[in-house]
Design a binder for this molecule. Sequence first.
Ligand code: SAM
Length: 266
Amino acid sequence: MRPKKRYGQNFLINETIVNKIITSENLENKVVFEIGPGRGVLTQKLARQAEQVFAFEIDYTLSLYLDPIKDKNANLEIIYGDVLEVDFKKFIANNNLNNVICIANIPYYITGLLLKKLKETKEISTLILMLQKEVAERLTAEPGKRIYGSLSVMFNFYYDIIKVVDVKRTNFYPVPKVDSVVVKMVRKDDYLKKVNDLNFFQEFVEAAFKQKRKTLVNNLRAHFNLSSKEILNRLAKMEPSFNPLERAENISIKRFISFSNGWNND
Ligand code: SAM
């Protein structure tokens, strides 16, 4: 059976990488959501070690590979359909699941939507994901780097993120056009507790990065429809020595929290 490009089917063929992914987390007592099990290279090992595995696969024809794995593992369930249509919160509640984590070599064409969905499901504590290298670099970027943006801020706000392993494109069949990186993201709430209004924080961060070449003041001015002087006053309230020429790409999460918390205070 030929891999289907439209479903982002690039199957992992290096056992060493599979093992690195599996051993990057203690799977005992964990319920694992796998997105896109494909031919089951990760699935069979996950099922051997985790308490329970739910694998979400859009391509029913892969049951040819997945059914035999399922037959050997009573703790594995394959759910066929588009994972983006699954309501994870409901799924977790209906099945009375605890200790849910997600481990997946994801289809890259849905990366953005999937990351958003996983971020919004606070019941899923840890993500171990194979991502396109460029996305992984943005997720792990520090302030001051050109690629540091709202994605970096929002994901580092919710997770501690580490790189597990670099994966060259030659480790997949068929060989994709990009290299990959496996990242491990562990949910935390220390930043969350410091934010007064989460929606406003998110709006503020997105506005700050709207046009990356503009200064923070100019981006905020455009978004909030206020004068530069007023914007500077509000920023200087929280940071008296704020540099008016500073860009969002230099601003740490802590500073974004402080600016957004103080924005409407008198
Ligand atoms: N886990 C396998 C591996 O590592 O070899 C396959 C990974 S492959 C990059 C992505 C998998 O996601 C494919 O099996 C593909 O059919 C599946 N997939 C694509 N879109 C999907 C969707 N919307 N919902 C669920 N699975 C999807």
